[in-house]
Each structure stands twice: as structure tokens, then as C-alpha cells.
Write a protein that binds this ligand. Structure first.
Ligand code: KIV
Length: 271
């Protein structure tokens, strides 16, 4: 089904080839060794060590609290597990918005200390200088436009972005700028499908969507959402492939029952 199934390492060049040959790109988040190993073995093209770790791993309400050190910890665990997928790591809130020198230092720390292959940053024109500086150090950058969760307190809600002309126009301009600067790919989060289609047709680099419809070059989801580990989160764009919350809960309930009833361990399960 994929021309690239036997490709040993996914690189920015392979991703560009995928877009050019109209093969859709698959991307999923991971934050730890064990899940990253499974996801890589399943043939995912890109693993994102997302700052959504702040939500699904640490239990924070937003992505803002996670630190650069914590992102590096997650990224390092993922890198140890992965053979084929390209690994992209989010620059966390506060590690790149201050100035471009700080942004470069943060990106260098991620690349040097974790061994990941690229970084992702939220924003357009407002972070132009930081993107330029990071790219000039030879670090591949993935952009992120639309609903950018690090700006949640500016937006006020997690609803669909760029439904109005002014914001849609700015988003398209930002996408063109990211391409011009040299970003290898752009994530579009929670924007109208028609706008996402226009962006994907306008820029030559791969555009990957989450809640951005089917006319982009690839799709990304948060692993915990896809596996049904998170329960309370029910956006329209999410397709759940498992009900892992209930499966795990059921298994643990069964174990508790077996321990309490002295069924576990039995004769064969002891020395
Ligand atoms: O942090 C994350 O998981 C993300 C995806 C939602 C794209 O940025």
C-alpha cells in the first residue's frame, strides 16, 4: 500500500517525495520508549514528541507548563526505540518566543541531547527570526499554524480557527512565509477543510493536518486519543481505533479480583 514501506529511514527528502507522488504521510505522537517502539514497528512515517505530553503524560490542562528538560527526557526515550520513523520534537512554550538566540539554544539542546531529527514551532511571521536562526544552524523545522495550543489563553477556546477571512488570509500568508524560510513541512490544526486544501495546493512542502480535512498531504493525531486512552476529549475530527481506557480498566479489575479471591497466583505461577 505504501511505496515507502521498506524505506529504512524517513527523512525530510522522503516526505517531500511522498507529497510529490501524492502518497499520504502518517504521523502520530509518542512520548515514551514502549509505545514509540510499537508505533515505529507499525510503519508510521513521523513520530511527534508533542508538547501534548503536558496533557496526556503529566495531566496538565494546557501545554504551557511542560519544560525543555521534560521534552528532552521524552524525546530521548522515543529516540532509543525508533528505527524508521522521522522524529520531530516540539519546542515547548517559553523556550523560543523570547528571542532568536534563546530559540536556537533550545533547538540545539533538543537535537544534541535527544538525537531527534527535527523540531516543531507554533506560529508564523511573529517567530520569523527564530525560525531563520534555527534553520541556519542546519536544524530542520516543522511549522504549526491554525489552532496553536501554546496560545490558548489568547484564543480563549479550542474552537476551529481561521473561519473569518482576515485570519484565513493571514494563515495562508504565514504558510507561504514558512515555506519561503525553508521549513520542511507545516502542521495545520483545526481549520476549515477548504482553507487547508488551499494551503496544501499553494505550498510545495508537505502539509499535515489535525482537524483540517482530507485534502492535505498527511494526518497527525495524539496517540492517546487514537487508542481511546483519553475519554473526555471528543472532537469531531477524532477517530478512535481502540477503547484502551476500558480495556485496561477491565484487565486491572480482573487482576484485583483474582488477587483478592486468591486465584492469582496459582500452582503453575509460583516457584
Ligand atoms: O503536541 C502535539 O501533540 C501537537 C499535535 C496536536 C499536532 O502539536
Amino acid at each position: 500500500m505504501s511505496t515507502y514501506a521498506s524505506t529504512k529511514k524517513i527523512t525530510t527528502h522522503i516526505l517531500q517525495e511522498m507529497k510529490d507522488s501524492k502518497e499520504k504521510i502518517s504521523m502520530l505522537t509518542a512520548y515514551d520508549f514502549s509505545f514509540a517502539k510499537i508505533i515505529d514497528a507499525a510503519g508510521i512515517d513521523i513520530i511527534l514528541v508533542g508538547d501534548s505530553a503536558s496533557n496526556v503524560m503529566a495531566g496538565h490542562e494546557t501545554t504551557l507548563p511542560i519544560t525543555l528538560d521534560q521534552m528532552i527526557y521524552h524525546a530521548t526515550s522515543v529516540v532509543r526505540a525508533v528505527d524508521r520513523a522521522m522524529i520531530v520534537v516540539d519546542l515547548p512554550f517559553g523556550s523560543y518566543q523570547g528571542n532568536s538566540k534563546e530559540a536556537l539554544n533550545s533547538a540545539i539542546r533538543i537535537m544534541k541531547e535527544s538525537g531527534a531529527h527535527a523540531i516543531k514551532m507554533e506560529g508564523g511571521i511573529e517567530i520569523k527570526e527564530s525560525i531563520e536562526r534555527i534553520l541556519s544552524a542546519g536544524i530542520p523545522v516543522m511549522g504549526h499554524l491554525g489552532l496553536t495550543p501554546q496560545s490558548i489563553y489568547k484564543f480563549g477556546t479550542y474552537t476551529v480557527r481561521a473561519t473569518e477571512d482576515k485570519e484565513a488570509k493571514q494563515l495562508l500568508e504565514d504558510a507561504k512565509l514558512l515555506e519561503e524560510l525553508g521549513c520542511f513541512s507545516i502542521i495545520l490544526e483545526k481549520i476549515p477543510a477548504d482553507l487547508a486544501k488551499k494551503v496544501a495546493q499553494t505550498v510545495k512542502i508537505p502539509v499535515i493536518g489535525i482537524g483540517a480535512g482530507q485534502h492535505v498531504d498527511g494526518q497527525v493525531l495524539v496517540m492517546h486519543d487514537l487508542l481511546g486512552i483519553t475519554q473526555e476529549f471528543e472532537p469531531r475530527f477524532l477517530r478512535r481505533y481502540l477503547d484502551l481506557y476500558n480495556d485496561v480498566k477491565g484487565a486491572v479489575e480482573h487482576y484485583v479480583k483474582d488477587v483478592k479471591s486468591r486465584d492469582f497466583p496459582n500452582e503453575e505461577e509460583q516457584y
